[in-house]
Design a protein around this ligand. Structure first.
Ligand SMILES: [Fe+2]
Length: 398
């Protein structure tokens, strides 16, 4: 067999090429929107693309699956409950896809999303047992996928599904190598950073693996990261209901930092854009700041003036830095980021305003609007450039 993991350093995603050396048939799992690396590999190795599989509908990055099928053929595969509006081959639990001598066995592992599948890779000439499992965002290294991407106010139910899925995966033999859909980024809150692990190691050392059901639910539901940058546009693009592949941050433009001391003068003619979740905003924000959560920025560009400076603000600088980079990517020329965010503003003795988030979006999307927003450095994928967080402890996050 042939197997390769491809890591997207910018977004913390992992994709995979699996092929039979006997038949030269290949499958690609969770392809990124830049399909050139896959095409080059298919050409170099003289592989024919037979299957393109998305383990779930991604909310943090635009899938390259449809683009890849259009360019190179093959069947586009998703779990049968995937809520997309384009044709695909529906997969069900237990089904096997044949790839030369290899078998790709579908395991339905809902939780992070209802349609998440894991894929067991079996190479019968070597062993009747699986040697690898691609887990999407069900089992991550040292973590599991966040449970709140499934829709409104159902995070608790999806967390329960996640518990069952984790339990099922951890019944696999110790030796099975685990290859997740992410090594960093906002789909989890405690990823280790390694791009692979084993079932045996996770069963022993994944902090969620030894929890009973109630403790597991409490842990995964008590705080999730903020909804990802441009989640609304990215998720709906991946469903096929809109087409905004540009909503993904793919560049790292320089963003100037502005200090709390310099902000009042700048704010005289600038729009101060608070990109935190509505509950964070109502709990204390820079006076005059407008709240558009980062998840909605690409969907609400019409609300953001191009003829005025914009200063982005979050809790301590990371989220707003990436939001500012995105605004620059789509052509906003005058964008700065408040260094250290609202925390630095408060620590500088500046006043906070409280209350109404206005039409800043439905925090109820997560079902967790009363929970604290959990963040670590690992919830921020990619290179953060010159951001200098006001807090020194990495775990303080943004
Ligand atoms: Fe995901």
């Amino acid at each position: 067999m042939y197997f390769k993991q491809i890591l997207d350093e910018h977004n913390g995603c992992a994709s995979y090429i699996i092929a039979s050396r006997e038949t030269h048939e290949a499958a690609i799992v969770d392809p990124a929107i830049d399909i050139r690396p896959y095409e080059e590999l298919l050409d170099e190795r003289d592989f024919t693309l037979k299957y393109v599989i998305d383990t779930h509908i991604h909310a943090d990055h635009v899938s390259g699956a449809r683009k890849l099928v259009a360019a190179r053929g093959g069947e586009l595969c998703l779990h049968e409950v995937a809520p997309v509006v384009y044709p695909f081959r529906p997969l069900e639990d237990g089904e096997e896809l044949q790839l030369g001598q290899l078998r790709l066995r579908v395991v339905h592992t809902p939780g992070h999303r209802p349609e998440v599948i894991s894929i067991l890779i079996v190479n019968p000439p070597r062993s009747p047992e699986p040697s690898m499992v691609l887990t999407g965002d069900s089992l991550l290294v040292g973590d599991v996928g966040r449970p709140d991407f499934g829709g409104e106010n159902v995070a608790g139910r999806y967390a329960a599904d996640q518990y069952e899925s984790l339990t099922r995966l951890l019944r696999l033999p110790d030796w099975v190598a685990v290859f997740p859909g992410h090594f960093e980024g906002p789909c989890g809150k405690g990823m280790c950073g390694r791009p692979s692990t084993t079932i045996g190691f996770e069963r022993l050392f994944n902090p969620l693996a030894r929890l009973d059901r109630k403790a597991f639910l409490d842990t995964v539901l008590n705080g999730v990261p903020a909804r990802p940058l441009n989640m609304d546009a990215i998720y709906n693009t991946n469903r096929g209901v809109i087409d905004k592949p540009w909503a993904m941050l793919t560049t790292s433009p320089h963003v100037a930092e502005i200090t709390p001391e310099a902000l009042p003068a700048r704010a005289a003619n600038a729009l101060v854009l608070d990109v935190r979740e509505p509950d964070e905003y109502t709990g204390g924000h820079v006076p005059g700041a407008v709240n558009i959560p980062q998840s909605l920025i690409a969907s609400r560009l019409d609300d953001l003036p191009r003829d005025r400076p914009i200063v982005t603000v979050c809790r301590s600088g990371y989220r707003a830095h990436r939001a500012a980079q995105f605004l620059k990517q789509v052509g906003y020329a005058q964008v700065e980021n408040l260094q250290g965010g609202t925390e630095a503003w408060r620590e500088a003795g500046r006043p906070l305003a409280f209350g109404d988030a206005g039409d800043s979006g439905d925090a109820g999307d997560t079902g967790l609007e009363r929970r604290p927003v959990a963040e670590t450095l690992w919830t921020h994928a990619g290179v953060l450039g010159a951001v200098q967080p006001a807090t020194s402890a990495p775990a303080a996050g943004s």
